[in-house]
Each structure stands twice: as C-alpha cells, then as structure tokens.
Write a protein that binds this ligand. Structure first.
Ligand code: GDP
Length: 198
C-alpha cells in the first residue's frame, strides 16, 4: 500500500470523543521504548508523524492519524512507564481499556514486542487481556536489526512456544526493523487486505 496521506487528527482520553467510527482503525501499542514512534514514522514514511505523541503533554493520549483518507492509525500510550505513579497508571488503564473494549471500528491492535527480550509479564498480561476480550490483534516484533538471524529465529520461536502454552493458535506475526525498513510492507499489506475484505 502506498501512503499518499498521513495526517494527525486529534488526541484524547475518551473513546467517545474519538473521530466518528466510520473508517477501519488500527492501533499500535507496546511498552515504552519498544520502538512505536519509529515504527509509525517508518510505516507512514513521515519522519516526525509520531512526534505529536512524543510531545510530553501528549504521551498519555489516544492519538488518531488519518491515512489515505480511508483508515485511521492510532498511536496508543505506551505501557510500563517506570515513573508513572500508581494512580496515574490506573487512569491510563481505564481509558485505554475502555477504548480497546468499546471502539467499534477497531479492526486490529498491533502489539509491539522488542525482539531482543524474553517474553515479559506486562506484554503477556496485555495479550491475555486482548485475547480474553476477543479483540483482534497481531504481533509486531521490533528492532530485529539488533539481532543475528539465528538469534532472532530463536527468540521468536521461544515467544511462540510461551504463547502456545496458553493459546491454541497464534495471531499474525511481523518481524520489523524501523532502521532497515524490514517488515513495513508486510504490515501495510495486512492492513490493506483487511480494509479490502469488507
Ligand atoms: P517508543 O517509546 O516506543 O515510541 O520508541 P521509539 O520509537 O522512541 O524508540 C526507542 C529507541 O529505540 C530509540 O532510541 C530508537 O532510535 C530505537 N529504535 C526504534 N526502532 C528501532 C529499530 O528498528 N532498530 C534499532 N536499531 N533501533 C530502534
């Protein structure tokens, strides 16, 4: 899919105030520092699109971008901020949960996972939350350029094996590098295929 247009629409904390749900929507989420902004910028070919969300006042918001006038890309707050107070974290969880559970045009949540690390509880908990609530998801392993091919395959196999202890089948998996551009076309083609399947 060619990205001809990618524009910031709005930020907020209430799914009811998000843009009218009349277009397919795809959300990106993961631990802070997983490479979410880099991935969004690389996917859209806009070097600073996700800067809107890395602006300090806006990091904890649901950020909508319109792509090719036909679908929404949503940058969700990263989870696992070490410095976030317990109180704040609960608020975060409440509005993100509410968005994920209620947004009717949400076609897929891309869960970003750092390919260098072993499965982390915080990611597995989040995946469990999506799975038990029937929210469609796909996994995007990030920063694959930081590993040798052998180590990458080993890590992904390990991750899959961990998940298969709990789940009968696995969602779509993408291996990406925002530095090298690997996997970007695959993610976009996946979105395109879903958009065209309606
Ligand atoms: P975010 O907090 O999830 O939005 O993460 P960022 O996109 O800001 O990335 C966090 C750090 O990881 C930055 O230093 C990026 O340059 C680096 N990074 C992100 N993606 C990649 C990647 O694909 N390869 C490499 N080598 N570094 C990456």
């Amino acid at each position: 899919m060619l990205i001809k247009q990618a524009e910031f629409v709005m930020s907020n904390t209430d799914y009811r105030k998000c843009p009218k749900p009349d277009k397919p929507e795809y959300a990106f989420i993961g631990r802070s520092n997983v490479g979410k902004s880099s991935l969004i910028n690389k996917l859209t070919g806009r070097n600073s699109l996700a800067k809107v969300s890395s602006n300090p006042g806006k990091t904890q918001l649901i950020n909508h971008f319109i792509i090719n006038d036909s679908w929404y890309l949503v940058d969700l707050p990263g989870y696992g901020y070490a410095k976030t107070s317990k109180n704040n974290r609960h608020k975060w969880e409440a509005f993100v949960r509410s968005y994920l559970l209620n947004r009717e045009n949400l076609y897929c949540v891309f869960v970003l996972i750092d390919s260098r690390h072993e499965p982390q509880h915080i990611d597995l908990d989040f995946i469990r939350f999506l799975g038990t609530n029937g929210i469609p998801m796909a996994f995007v392993f990030t920063k694959t350029d930081k590993l040798s091919k052998g180590k990458l395959i080993q890590n992904i196999d390990f991750y899959k094996a961990e998940l298969l202890k709990e789940w009968e089948e696995l969602p779509q998996i993408f291996l990406t590098s925002a530095v090298k551009g690997d996997g970007m076309e695959d993610v976009l083609n996946y979105i395109n295929a879903i958009n065209n399947s309606d």
